[in-house]
Ligand binder design. Structure first.
Ligand SMILES: Nc1nc2c(ncn2[C@@H]2O[C@H](COP(=O)(O)OP(=O)(O)O)[C@@H](O)[C@H]2O)c(=O)[nH]1
Ligand SMILES: [Mg+2]
Ligand SMILES: [Zn+2]
Length: 288
């Protein structure tokens, strides 16, 4: 009997990283106590020989990509190429909060931006810094990668962010042995009849990381807009001062969040995107 972590699933075959660092290909036994369906990448398991005999309870479960027990989501946003988008950033932050994963905001490719662009972005992100960790990176400046590398240790992380934001390049820069393909259009992957989609955790600096092409399509089909306000830590902190309990910070009178937007404490871009995200969720799941 040995303990390990599932790091790869492909064609019904699981790769388990054992405590001693070795890998074993294993197949699941029929039924498990703690999980309804099949074991997933990220699961802590017990194996006997080549059979997974037990799956330990999970503390969270990402749907896309299908990875469980994720500790940290690095939300990778390029400063340019593609241009930084607060809307996209907030969408990722909402998704990650919904899954109870610790977010870290990464502003990548800072070598490509001039000083003014960087400074003006930092000005708005200073507000975010009260609630989130933010790292500024460039694969061309090794010193910008040390904190990121350190934060991977002993945990499961996902690199999320739109195509081209530099996820794969960052991983390659963190560990030059990785040699992950970069600059490819991931949309082309996973659609063809013969392409195999699989999720995999790779070892980087004593941690496990998923480079996740599928996480860039943001869908909110499981989030209820009644819960959206709780997924904003800054709004949540103010909500006890709203007149109405369960305030959605939209049309309600005496709303502390709206007041904070009006007096400039909350950047208007943050609030405008909140309304857009709220509407997007509502249009998927209308309230009756
Ligand atoms: N100048 C510069 N280019 C970068 C940086 N990171 C990534 N790139 C480039 O941006 C493009 C997309 O990077 P990639 O890692 O494939 O993005 P992914 O789709 O998020 O995995 C590639 O052409 C990379 O060479 C960076 O820090 N600085
Ligand atoms: Mg990539
Ligand atoms: Zn309110």
């Amino acid at each position: 009997m040995e303990k390990g972590r599932i790091i790869k699933l492909i064609g019904g075959q699981y790769t388990v990283l054992l405590e001693d660092g070795n890998r074993r290909i294993a197949k699941p036994r029929g039924k498990f106590r703690h999980v309804e369906v099949s074991p997933k990448v990220g699961d802590l398991v017990v194996i006997e020989g080549e059979t997974i005999t037990e799956v330990k309870p999970r503390f969270n479960e990402l749907k896309r990509p299908p990875i469980v027990n994720v500790d940290t989501a690095f939300i990778i946003n390029a400063i340019v190429e593609p241009n930084f988008s607060f809307n996209l950033l907030d969408r990722f932050l909402v998704m990650v909060a919904y899954e109870s994963i610790e977010p870290v905001i990464v502003v990548s490719k800072i070598d490509l931006a001039d000083d003014d662009t960087l400074q003006s972005l930092k000005q708005t992100l200073n507000y975010y810094e009260n609630y989130y960790d933010i790292l500024y990176t460039s694969v061309k400046k090794a010193s910008t990668l040390d904190v990121l590398r350190g934060r991977l240790k002993n945990r499961i992380s996902v690199f999320a962010g739109q195509t081209g934001s530099g996820k794969s390049s960052l991983l390659n820069a963190l560990d030059e042995r990785l040699n992950i393909k970069t600059g490819t259009i991931s949309k082309a992957l996973g659609r063809g009849r013969h392409t195999t989609r699989h999720s995999e955790l790779i070892t980087v600096n004593g941690g496990l990381v998923a480079d996740t092409p599928g996480f860039s399509k943001l869908d909110f089909d499981t989030i209820d807009c009644n819960h959206l306000p709780e997924l904003y830590p800054d709004f949540f902190a103010l909500s006890s001062h709203c007149k109405f309990r369960g305030c959605h910070h939209l049309n309600e009178p005496k709303c502390a969040v709206k007041a904070a937007v009006e007096n400039g404490d909350i950047p208007s871009v943050r609030y405008e995107n909140y309304k857009l995200i709220y509407e997007a969720i509502k249009s998927i799941k209308p309230l009756y």
